[in-house]
Design a protein around this ligand. Structure first.
Ligand code: SF4
Ligand SMILES: [Zn+2]
Length: 124
């Protein structure tokens, strides 16, 4: 059974307020917020992003076996990797476009240059 982070009394995992000390418990098993659980004998903090970057100040750190804020370091790394590969693909697409349509790119550059020259000329 989860404990209140303040008074450490056992509380219901769905409790919104600790019945013993009245501490608001919105992050501790509030309905709609997933409660992560470690497998027996392990701690969530060992693989949590917020433990690795030292940004967690939850009282149960570093021995959390249940936590609503847990962020899987490995999943986060995979997300970052995916995002980077998408970025790379996008920049590749721009290069592919340039190689396929050098005429269009050339006309575009000429248009931009003539626009700038017109702007400068009308300012005088
Ligand atoms: S967010 Fe939870 S799992 Fe992550 S370090 Fe803090 S207490 Fe541990
Ligand atoms: Zn309490």
């Amino acid at each position: 059974m989860p404990q209140c982070p303040q008074c450490h009394q056992p509380i219901d995992s769905q409790a919104v307020i600790c019945p013993h000390c009245r501490t608001p418990l919105k992050a501790y098993g509030h309905p709609g917020i997933p409660l992560h659980r470690s497998t027996k004998g392990t701690y969530l903090c060992d693989s949590c992003t917020y433990h690795a970057d030292d940004s967690c100040n939850y009282p149960q750190r570093p021995y959390a076996q249940e936590c609503t804020l847990y962020d899987d370091q490995e999943a986060r790394a995979k997300e970052v990797e995916l995002w980077q590969s998408l970025q790379r693909r996008q920049s590749l697409d721009l290069r592919t476009f340039y190689h396929r349509y050098p005429g269009v790119v050339g006309v575009g550059v000429l248009l931009v240059i003539s626009f700038i020259i017109t702007l400068l000329a009308t300012r005088r």
